[in-house]
Design a protein around this ligand. Structure first.
Ligand SMILES: *[C@@H]1O[C@H](CO)[C@@H](O)[C@H](O)[C@H]1NC(C)=O
Ligand SMILES: [Ca+2]
Length: 227
C-alpha cells in the first residue's frame, strides 16, 4: 500500500462511519447461498441520468439467477439492473425494460462486465472482459431517476427491499463503478484492466457503503485480470 493511500485509509478510519474506503485489491465476499445479505452503496446524483456506465467484476459458481447491481427508485425498482438469469446470459435493465446479451458460459473465472447507456440514442452497450458485444436499443429518451437505493447482493422489487433470496448473489464482487457519462472504448478497456479511471458517482477506490448481513471484505486472492 502506498504511504499516501495508507495514511488516507487511517484518516478515513479515524473519521468513522460514513467515510469513504479505498477497496483497491479487496473484494466483498457474499458467503451464503441463498443469502439475505447485501451491501448498500451511497451516492447522491442530484440530476436524472441521461448517460451512464456501470462496471463491476464478479466471481461465482452460481447457475441460478442472480443480481449483480440493483439501482431502484421509488417509481421503478428495476431503474438500473444487471442480472444474470443463467450461465451465458446477462440482462441489462433501464427503467424497467431490458435487453439480453448472450455470452460464452463462465469458465470458472472472474468476469468483468460494463454496461453503458445513453438516452439520446437509446443505445445500450455491454462489454465482457474488455470486449464489446453487438449493441442493442433500450429506452431511447428515458431519464434514469435520482434518489436511488443502490444495492449489491440482492435484487430489489421495492425501494430498498422486496428481495427474492433465489436472486441473491453468492461469491465475490469487486471493482464496482458508476459514471454519469458514457465511457470511451479506451476507458472501458481500462476498467477491465484495473487502470486509472475518471472520477465516478460510485468508485471502488472511494466507496461509501454499509454491509447488511453476512458479507465480508477480504483481500483479493488473484490478480485483477484473473489470468
Ligand atoms: C449524454 O451524452 C451525449 C452524447 O454522448 C451528449 O451529447 C450529452 O450532452 C450527454 N448528456 C449529459 C446530460 O451528460
Ligand atoms: Ca426488481
Amino acid at each position: 500500500m502506498a504511504p499516501l493511500r495508507l495514511w488516507l485509509s487511517i484518516l478515513t478510519g479515524l473519521l468513522g462511519t460514513g467515510a469513504q474506503e479505498d477497496l483497491y485489491r479487496k473484494v466483498f465476499v457474499f458467503r451464503n447461498d441463498p443469502s439475505d445479505a447485501y451491501v448498500v452503496l451511497r451516492l447522491r446524483p442530484e440530476q436524472p441520468l441521461l448517460n451512464f456506465t456501470v462496471c463491476l467484476r464478479s466471481y461465482t459458481h452460481l447457475t441460478r439467477p442472480h443480481s449483480l447491481f440493483s439501482y431502484a427508485t421509488k417509481a421503478q425498482d428495476n431503474e438500473i439492473l444487471l442480472l444474470k438469469p443463467k450461465p451465458g446470459e446477462y440482462r441489462f435493465y433501464v427503467g424497467g425494460k431490458f435487453v439480453t446479451f448472450r455470452t460464452p458460459e463462465n469458465r470458472g473465472d472472474w468476469e468483468h462486465v460494463c454496461a453503458r447507456w445513453e438516452s439520446g440514442t437509446g443505445v445500450a452497450e455491454f462489454w465482457l472482459d474488455g470486449k464489446p458485444w453487438p449493441r442493442k436499443g433500450l429506452q431511447r429518451g428515458y431519464a434514469v431517476g435520482p434518489e436511488a437505493a443502490v444495492l449489491l447482493g440482492q435484487e430489489q422489487d421495492a425501494f430498498g427491499g422486496g428481495f427474492d433470496l433465489y436472486n441473491s448473489f453468492s461469491g465475490e464482487l469487486a471493482d464496482v463503478y458508476l459514471w454519469d457519462t458514457v465511457l470511451s472504448p479506451d476507458r472501458m478497456r481500462a476498467a477491465f484492466q484495473s487502470l486509472r479511471l475518471p472520477p465516478a458517482l460510485l468508485a471502488w477506490s472511494s466507496l461509501s457503503y454499509s454491509i447488511k448481513g453476512d458479507v465480508v471484505v477480504k483481500p483479493r486472492l488473484r490478480a485483477a485480470l484473473g489470468a
